[in-house]
Design a protein around this ligand. Sequence first.
Ligand SMILES: *Cc1c(COP(=O)(O)O)cnc(C)c1O
Length: 416
Amino acid sequence: MNFFAYQNGRLFAEDVAVHDIAQRHGTPTYVYSRAALEHRWRDLDSAFGSHPHTICYAVKANSNLAVLNVLARLGSGFDIVSQGELHRVLQAGGDPSKVVFSGVAKSEAELRYALEKGVRSINIESLAELDRVQDVASQLGVRAAIAFRVNPDVDPQTHPYISTGLEENKFGVRMDAAFEAYQRAASLPNIEVHGIACHIGSQITKTSPFSDALERVLDLVERLADNGIALQQLDLGGGLGIDYQGETPPTAQEYVGAMLNGIKARGISLPIAIEPGRYIAGNAGILLTRVEYLKQNASKQFAIVDAGMNDLLRPSLYQAYHDIINASNHSEPSQVLDVVGPVCESADVLGYERTLAVKAGDLLAVQSAGAYGFVMANNYNTRRRPAEVMVDGNVAHLVRERETLQQLTAGESILD
Ligand SMILES: *Cc1c(COP(=O)(O)O)cnc(C)c1O
């Protein structure tokens, strides 16, 4: 289903012409579709059938309160990586008992906040962190439910879709150290061993890396059970990919089906949690931007637009591809040009060598910008971060105002 489609040559978000949004709220502006978010969430939810499960949406993908609230209303859980994200989840009406807390460097203050709010699980990434959780829980006089995030070391050579091999080294507890870690956790007075977690990467477009990781996790689950440590939740992380440029990732059915088959084959029936971010939000948003100028250099044509790398960082940060389309489907001859932003960096390119029929003043839509878009926006070049709009049927709600000039310098001061 496509929630961003042309009607009579003009691009619509659900039942609202994106031109109307640009007219009312200016550009650059992120536009999200409520129906698209809900559709993706429900796809995953229904794929589990009657198997007990929690979908813990990865807040870092898109943490706008309206996005979190729409998912909370469906009964979603949340995967957070900071105190700030938990604050957002609570503000948006999320249920803390469905929250899992991931991240490699949780501070004491963050752990205290999470335990006070009653999150379901702290996903621990090292023995030092285990000791810190024990200390904080003991100070508060509570028992902390924990999981270890294990690193199943799925070989990125055999699965080139996992492209974060080196980076991954900082994440999780090594598989061969995890058994002892669980034994130690089980011996601590303020720790309740609750589950096991793993997250192997992002934008994964095959089921095999997930299945391979699951097998390794289940080996450990069985060994723990044999030694009297019975877990209550299998948290299989996020990472399911989306279509940016013709990729064909597994469907929700295929992805969830592979996991359910994996556990059934071993006679295991533990509740499953998953932490999808990109899959839910990625295709549910676009970035609207206006063409300021067309420009020709000796060898290149440029469309200079009013959105830059500070608004959407992914192309500059990871050479990520986002399709770019003209919001008016007009019939002028198309040309090959680089779509570039206003920021004073040569890396400020939203798309290289795109074929577009375009003139100055046109409205463009950068596709699949709902995940890791606004959340990575920053103020480089003292640019105001974009507005965010959520469309619900034929109504466009402004869910975050464009930053003001006053906000840009709020909190700064000069010397006396
Ligand atoms: C980023 C992250 C996710 C979400 O990843 P997606 O690829 O957006 O699904 C889930 N879990 C953890 C621990 C993460 O760091």
